[in-house]
Design a protein around this ligand. Sequence first.
Ligand SMILES: NC(=O)c1ccc[n+]([C@@H]2O[C@H](COP(=O)([O-])OP(=O)(O)OC[C@H]3O[C@@H](n4cnc5c(N)ncnc54)[C@H](OP(=O)(O)O)[C@@H]3O)[C@@H](O)[C@H]2O)c1
Length: 257
Amino acid sequence: MTRRALITGATAGLGLEFARQFAGEGHDLLLVARRESRLVEVADALRRDHAIDVAVCTGDLADRETPERIERFVAEAGLPIDYLVNNAGSAGPHLLEPTPWPDQARFLELMMMSVAQMCHRFIPPMRERGFGRVINVSSFAGRIARPAGANYGPAKAYLVALSEELALELGGSGVHVSAFCPGFVHTDFHETGGLMDMKRGLPAWIWYDAETVVKEAIEAVERGHPIQVSGRIYRWLDPFAQSVWVRALIKRFAPGR
Ligand SMILES: NC(=O)c1ccc[n+]([C@@H]2O[C@H](COP(=O)([O-])OP(=O)(O)OC[C@H]3O[C@@H](n4cnc5c(N)ncnc54)[C@H](OP(=O)(O)O)[C@@H]3O)[C@@H](O)[C@H]2O)c1
């Protein structure tokens, strides 16, 4: 049965890989991101390679009005959404840096509020139809507090809490919600965020490729896992990350202790 997947942040990295894998399964797509020419390029290639319908809607998800505009686009074009992947995201400013508050607020809007708003707008119709799959792209950074800027990790932790609670709320409705928590993945994320020095300093074995982790995310939401920590290494580390002893260690070695 052909279904349609709405994927945010589909011009690069994980979002592009979600688009490729859903297209490979024969699903139609609605792709969202800011760079229009890149979106059109991606859509053309997917139509050509997979003979599916691909709609595009440009939008900046740090703007509060964007989810409503996407919902209107979907209603006017008559495109029911069966899969929703809230993937768009970036590295952001540290909370205690002198970055002006409007820029801080736009980051939080992109990383948390837009995801909540997309769930608010797109899950009720899925529940009415008795089928839906929602993947909220969080991060392993959302699984443990670190002295690392007080913005990115907490925003991703919100997505874990939101997804877990939505999954409980929607039990038996035919709608599955999953927080997808990858560790380090090769995408444009670190270059765009000015984090290439950090990337070069990390060992190769803690990095995954987008194809592997996206496959896991799609399988996990299908199985109804509310939280999917992705990659064998990170799944092994996760129980330690949740332990009070590791939290105590991080506190012990945090700067200034
Ligand atoms: N790579 C990793 O190691 C890693 C690990 C854990 C979690 N994640 C998460 O995975 C998600 C995808 O990141 P990625 O690694 O694939 O990074 P990426 O390669 O840089 O791709 C980011 C995507 O998000 C879009 N985007 C960024 N800001 C946007 C905005 N304001 N409005 C709309 N779209 C926006 C970008 O498109 P445009 O520039 O065209 O708008 C692009 O398509 C993010 O939520 C990230 O936090 C990444």
